[in-house]
Write a protein of this length. Structure first.
Length: 381
């Protein structure tokens, strides 16, 4: 069964050491050889103060303060083609409050490189921006649905740095399993579908659609996103046995969403802050060092013969091969999802690399670390 794999598409390089305007470039040979840079990027943008002018079609979105342009990591992104279906402004951040960086015209071609978590703004290549990038209202850009699902997710952290994360992809082998009956109990949060609705792998209209539910379907809610705009529920054929549905398509039970855990834009549970306590001065703490085991990673099965490489690059040394039916453990993934790092005791440090094609993943890959073009693990944000 093929499971989750993050993916970035065609490469555009962000390079910066000062506030000088940058012109993105597309490195085609590097794409063809899968020599990819960086996974988790923290990029900051500079925008000069000006009076924004916005068309009536734009909707207001709360804006973070404008950050300064001090990129610290080279980032590679693969643009997705889009076509403007209206005249619209390009802005320095996703909302009417962003600096006006110019505009696009009807039927103009645009390169989209990411989306915000709500998928109502696109992050695009824009040469008139000091950073070479800008934001545009998603409703004015026509993008193929399959391309939308593969766009990286971009948002601002507490320090107003732009964070890029890979999309959530999922494949259901065969026929989806039926939704289980809603159990009974005080902690159960039931809901009823009140309108035909897509169910998705994560909480956004930009996430992959798993199926369509019809009115009357009973659900057992297990989580929520944001201000309860999306609800997680039991769905055996989804990631971790879950799926997401829009709050507008369901009628929750009398207890609503009370007590349900919160999740982020990737569908990963947010860890609540632990309660603070005052230590007892009469008790001497006991220090213990308990080693944490390193997870082997999900099991995978080869569906065709494959070559094992020393680095995630088809030009690197070939250090072995796999046969159809061989089983392996995946220990990492490239940022665009084209290469897997695997356990391979016969090679240096017990790790090697295979191309993702013809690999059936049998486990959840969302918690795997990312690696760069040399196989070095990248930091987790």
């Amino acid at each position: 069964m093929k499971k989750l794999f993050p993916s970035f598409l065609l490469m555009v390089v962000l390079v910066g050491c000062s506030a000088q305007p940058m012109t993105p470039t597309i490195d085609v040979p590097a794409i063809q050889t899968a020599v990819m840079l960086t996974a988790i990027a923290q990029v900051t943008l500079q925008a000069a103060a000006s009076t924004p002018t916005s068309p009536a079609t734009e909707t207001a979105t709360p804006e973070p303060p404008t950050p300064t342009f001090t990129p610290t990591v080279q980032v590679t992104l693969q643009p997705v083609p889009g076509i403007a279906n209206a005249n619209l402004n390009v802005r320095s951040s996703p909302g009417r409050g962003g600096q006006n960086l110019g505009g696009v015209f009807f039927n103009q071609k645009i390169n989209v490189v990411a989306r915000n978590p709500q998928a109502n703004w696109y992050y695009i290549l824009w040469q008139d921006s000091p950073t070479g990038y800008g934001w545009i209202l998603a409703s004015a850009i026509q993008v193929e649905e399959t391309d939308l699902y593969r766009l990286p997710i971009a948002w601002y952290d507490a320090a107003n740095n732009l964070i890029l994360r890979p999309p959530v992809l999922w494949e259901i082998p065969g026929t989806p399993l039926p939704i289980p009956p809603v159990p009974e109990g005080d902690k159960i949060r039931p809901a009823t579908v009140i309108a035909p609705a897509n169910i998705r792998v994560c909480p956004s209209v930009g996430c992959l659609v798993l199926a369509i539910l019809q009115p009357g379907q009973k659900l057992n809610l297990t989580g929520r996103y944001g201000d309860n705009e999306w609800a997680q529920f039991d769905y055996p054929s989804g990631p971790d046995g879950k799926a997401w549905i829009s709050r507008a398509a369901i009628e929750p039970g009398p207890d609503g969403f009370s007590g349900l855990p919160r999740f982020d834009a990737l569908g990963l549970e947010l860890t609540p802050e632990p309660p603070t306590s005052t230590p007892d001065p009469n008790i001497t703490p006991t220090i213990t060092n308990t080693p944490k085991p390193t997870p082997a990673g999900p099991l995978a099965r080869m569906e065709a013969d494959a070559i094992i490489y020393s680095e995630p690059n088809s030009l690197s040394a070939q250090v072995g091969s796999l046969k159809k039916g061989d089983e392996i453990y995946i220990t990492g993934i490239s940022i665009i999802g084209e290469w897997y790092q695997i356990q391979y005791p016969a090679f240096t440090e017990g790790r090697a690399y295979i191309i993702r094609k013809n690999v059936r993943v049998l486990g959840d890959m969302r918690h795997l670390p990312y690696f760069d073009e040399k196989g070095n693990l990248l930091p987790t944000p």
